[in-house]
Design a protein around this ligand. Sequence first.
Ligand SMILES: [Zn+2]
Ligand SMILES: [Zn+2]
Length: 412
Amino acid sequence: MNKIIARAEKALHHDLCDHCLGRLFAQVESGTTNKERGRDMRIAVALELAARSEEMPPHETCWLCGDLFEQLPRFAETAASRLSEIEYDTFLIGTKVDPALQDREEQLWSEVGGETAEPIKAELNREIGKLVEARVKKEVDFTSPDVVALVDTRFGNVELNIAPLFIYGRYRKHSREIPQTRWPCRMCRGKGCKRCGGIGKMYQTSVQELIGDPLVRQFEGKDHFFHGMGREDIDARMLGTGRPFVLEIAEPRKRHLDLGEMERLANENGDGLADFSRLRWSDRHEVRQIKAATPDKVYRAEVSVQGKVNKERIDEVVESLNQARITQQTPSRVAHRRANLARERTIRELVLESMEEDKLVLRLTTESGTYVKEFVSGDEGRTVPSLAGLLGVPCQVIALDVIQIIDNVNEG
Ligand SMILES: [Zn+2]
Ligand SMILES: [Zn+2]
């Protein structure tokens, strides 16, 4: 007797439906469904038994799945109805299956061999997917669907896992009083307390919130995350063509909004504190690129010089620091969140733009990761060489602007 039919006969010592019988042999032949394959197997086993004058026991309820496959149209209808609540172009079906049912499937494999079998979840996902595809007329995407409809086959309910949206843009920050990202209150961690005046934050707003709050409302999302290409200090402005970022909108129920209109809304909400440009669609891959980028930056620094130094000496020092290699020990002001290390950085260009009495204006291009304030002040000897160190008098940055990020993002 054919080995496969012998295995099928053994499997049919349990009452199995055509799906569960056929699924045992899913990898024996392709080009047919488990259901059709199961029906053919049942006929072959019945003929085999008849030849031995034995009778096939009647099929009532599937021992393995409890006739779960009869409920597929109902699952598909519920999934399609949940999906109709949101905007999406591609989807995928996932299923939660009763663990007791999966135990029975494994028991059957151990009894008759599972080497050619397909797991029940795979068949459920595929068959529900086909039914839903026909209903909603959207495409199944196995790798990055806009939404996964997760069918709980025990209770028949469907949960949607909506993929986030990613939006690239560049921001400028004109305020010296707001941070780049939302900053929860250190005392209450966002709940609201006396220290933060009940707002749950260290600052009233941030670049992230200025664009994220209005957009998350428009996209009907749950939350937003901000991925910047580095960040400037709170008291530094970000000017020029701005700093690249990707805004992530979590669980958006809308995905087809016009980004030109979104840019307009973000700028309206930015209210002069920050502005936004070049919004376009992005993805998770670009988030990684942006986080890993190490662009050079151009700064303008207003520096107060506390002591008498003549113009010649200043010109000499600026000239000597042009293209200098400097060593920076982690600044004391960031030591609580950065490892204490000595880093070498290059001042690619240093130019004295103007000078009056005790104030200099410097323009400098620096390698990514250079601490400009410390390059000017010397940070009590932690940065060498430094402007203050070479001039021999205390120097302090009193206003800092990033005037260019030298990145090479494709602006599309
Ligand atoms: Zn079954
Ligand atoms: Zn608080």
